[in-house]
Write a protein that binds this ligand. Sequence first.
Ligand SMILES: [Zn+2]
Length: 407
Amino acid sequence: MDLVLRQASVPGYDGPIDIGVSGGRIAALERRLVCDAPEIDVAGRTVIGGFVDSHVHLDKACLLDRCGHVHGGLGAAIAAVAAMKRNFTEADVYQRGARVIEKAITKGTTRMRTHVEVDPRVGLRSFNAVKALKADYAWALDLSICVFPQEGLTNDPGTEDLLAEALRNGADLLGGCPYTDTDPNAQIERLFGLAREFDVDLDFHLDFDLDPSWMHLDEVCRQTTSHGWGGRVAIGHVTKLSMVSPEVLVSIGGRLAEAGVALTVLPATDLYLSARETSYAKPRGLTPAHLLLDEGVLCSVATNNVLNPFTPFGDASLLRMANLYANVAQCEPPLFARCLDLVTSLPARLMRLGDYGIAPGNPADLIVLDAATPSDALAEIAEAIMGFKHGRLSFERPAARLLPPAP
Ligand SMILES: [Zn+2]
């Protein structure tokens, strides 16, 4: 063994266990591991495989210093970033993305999927910057790159060629945004075509309003089935589902589960941008992921935007995001551990990370949370006090000390 974490509370195990690490992988999980490797006693704290952020926008993060602070709703946010995007340079995107990645690492994130806008205005500059970030921060975080047409595909000539070029040059998967396209169903069809051509997964920004009388969800499910892409498609936001009755939610949940379409809720942005047209008694605009889990839908909760017109908040903490979700969705304590799953094991499944989690043979990606149980960690937004990537210490945060006056 190269390292032993002693007295770790690991979800799924009764009582503290020792975690042995060898060659960057988890080698043993035992009540009392006998060996003379260097050891760290975590004193019964919760140890998990790190947070998994299934939906972030690194390329348009940290823009508040250049765009004023009053943006209105979703349309104004898209327009504000569309204007700024023309002036993005690779160095600029790299620097802002690095700021978010470094925050995320020290908050305990070990895996991340970032969306990246690709179109004739920004070309492949953001994509190239994010590719460099992926390589430069691989010592602490696995980054997956999802290129997508934020401002439309069929109405934006040149975009499809750029998406294909990105997919030929290292993009991991393809995103979509049918609601900004003049022909949403045609966009969905074209993206499935590209996904099949390049054999990549799909992740759509779906609807982002509170009118459940129409939705693109049916078309995505239909095409997922007809293209045989079940288990490889995710949809994000889907805020319309916050406005349907329990019976309709069960029915739609059944359709998503049957088609193999996963769903990501982005609480910070959904809460910030929803219901801007009303001035009081505002609906929350947050789709109840924990209820869809009961219907067999693979769900996750993720960060989305950090410090930009879509969400002028953000510390890249997924534990804070899961806590925000649980609070707004009125989840009671028996659901807290499930809410933690929404930012750990469930997004790992959504991203099809077969080697995630604390099990022998998996990479020793581990974080230590300053809490005795996952439920406590969720309720208290426990600090991540140290993290390991492939068995190597990647960050640490000494616990706060109280300094009372001398008697
Ligand atoms: Zn997004």
